[in-house]
Design a protein around this ligand. Sequence first.
Ligand code: NAP
Length: 244
Amino acid sequence: MERISRSGRPCWVLVGGRRRLGRALAEDLARDHDLVLTSSESWAGETWVEELSTVAGIRTLVWNAESPEVSSRMMADLEALELDGWGISGAVILAGTFPGMPLGTWTAEGLEAAWRVNLGFPFLCAQALAPRLAEGACLQLLLDTAIHHPWLQRLPYSAAKAGLAALVPGLAQLLAPRVRVVGHALGTLLPAEGSDAAFLAERTLLKRLGDPADLARAVRYAADSPFMTGEILTLDGGRRWVDR
Ligand SMILES: NC(=O)c1ccc[n+]([C@@H]2O[C@H](COP(=O)([O-])OP(=O)(O)OC[C@H]3O[C@@H](n4cnc5c(N)ncnc54)[C@H](OP(=O)(O)O)[C@@H]3O)[C@@H](O)[C@H]2O)c1
């Protein structure tokens, strides 16, 4: 089973590995992985990535969901990595937005934009990554506990994540037995700007928000569980069991 990159450490791709949960996951995984991190923008000036490069092999790429050329760009970048000897043994697709879109504000353009980055882009990333993943690799997608309880002010976002909830078992069937696919339905780990963290914490069984370390643990668990595929792990402090 080829699970090792050129440097002898597993090499993972983090799509959306620059901000918030993506950065936190990158910093955790860099202890024992080489990483390919993507962002929609240039990486110039990201000093934390330079610091990370002192402990891990790091490549940075620009993949922007808004670009019409994004699919060909992803394929060319992944081919170049392969030619450079980077064997990819894992990938986590974190990219997304969290738009507030109450009923009455929906437009065709707004819905398309919400679904392009939260649904279409993960589909395209999964398609580009699938043939490049080493045997035994695990492809992981970040969903939201909204797949159980939709956010009423964010139904287009919730619907996009529900679409990813169909992608996980479907892709698991298409890629088996070579590659496993796992999703994570997250409750609030890092609250969106302006949200009421205390209120969100109160609406969990555990009476707290999650932490990026909770995600890192779950991602490592899924990667290290060779009998798990097509599964969506819910990591929400019991949010799904609390009545509205
Ligand atoms: N934070 C939470 O508590 C929470 C809760 C439930 C689910 N989740 C899910 O977990 C994932 C990460 O959450 P987060 O809070 O860390 O998200 P975030 O900061 O809002 O964004 C995640 C990533 O999406 C990328 N992105 C945004 N627009 C993009 C575009 N046009 N093209 C390509 N990439 C784009 C961003 O990278 P750049 O800006 O560098 O391009 C960013 O790194 C998301 O899928 C989110 O839905 C998070």
